[in-house]
Design a protein around this ligand. Sequence first.
Ligand code: DP6
Length: 387
Amino acid sequence: MEGLVMKTCEGPVNIAVIKYWGKRNDELILPMNDSLSVTLHVDHLRSRTTIACSPVFKEDEFWLNGKPFPINERMRTCIEEAKKHISEEKKELSKYKLRICSENNFATAAGLASSAAGFACLVYCLAQVYGIDEKVVDLTILARRGSGSACRSIYGGFVWWQKGTSDDGHDSKAVQVASEARWPELRAVILVVSHKQKDVSSKDGMKRSRETSQLLHFRSKQIVQQRIESMIKAINAKDFDAFAEITMKESNQFHAVALDTFPPCFYMNDVSRNVIDLVNKYNAYKVDMGSSTRYSAAYTFDAGPNACIYLQDKDLSEFLSIIVSSFPSIEKEYVRGLPVEVVSSSVDIFPKHAPGALDYIICTKVGPGPRVIESDHLLNPDGSFKV
Ligand code: DP6
């Protein structure tokens, strides 16, 4: 079609090890504290977005996971902000309407960081369509306007969102602490506890926490900065013990804040607590077996019941075998993502739960940032939606 521009990109999920919770400015999405995350591999968990722009389109339209949705305020902000940075030779495109089609290959809004991958992908794709120069424009600042945690999905590896101090948010941006090549042995196992949409969104939950939780204010002023420094040291030194301890304490403190919120937010459920128990037992078992480290696995939970377990490649097969025997499933494709050998576990110190407590398991590793895809567009070549 004459004048049609179309780009497709994929964006990764990130899971925070130092949690973002609480905004000092809701509209600009400025956080109360810094946070730090690990970007997971786009091969296993990703958002994909195709954006087309054409003089014949009559209105902006958006489809998510095969269904039409209105363009919400945060998406509108990302689009308008991106248009401000359009390159000179593409200026004409800013007048054209957009068709945006996105899909996630994982549960949306069930605490699996879908908004982070989605908005990072949207902004990265807009940057491709509008020819935005990444050397001049910080895409993490644009992505932040869509969803705070999205700014961290603009980079691969280990990413630090610096809260910044200015009122206009120009210094609230993400930077890469280390690339995925820094710690290639690190693995992440996602235990999908429930497909259910969460009850209180992060946006509403963190607003309520800021208004009612003294613990949140204490944490953001007195605790987080020190933990960020220790976490950066741990990553650079590939010190799994330090990494694991901070990760688990951060998850615990975030959920303590959720409980300290009034009325409280319950994000974890009984299965989540059983997972924590299993990780603790696994760590103790490894020490008994002569492990040189205090921890071999570390759990973290976001605003939902699903667990993310960080561990090292050497323990992956053993740990998964234990998980599969402790949380049996009737699903054929129970373990997805990275191929891993799962054997029937001979260690019987772990409790056996009823089959079906976990929906499925995704194994992945640290991965790169967003990327352009040359094929597999989600729109037809003429820019129409695939129905
Ligand atoms: C618990 O980025 O989803 O996952 O900025 O309102 O879109 P908004 O919130 P969002 O919050 C994520 C919170 C978290 C912790 C984290 O990822 O750091």
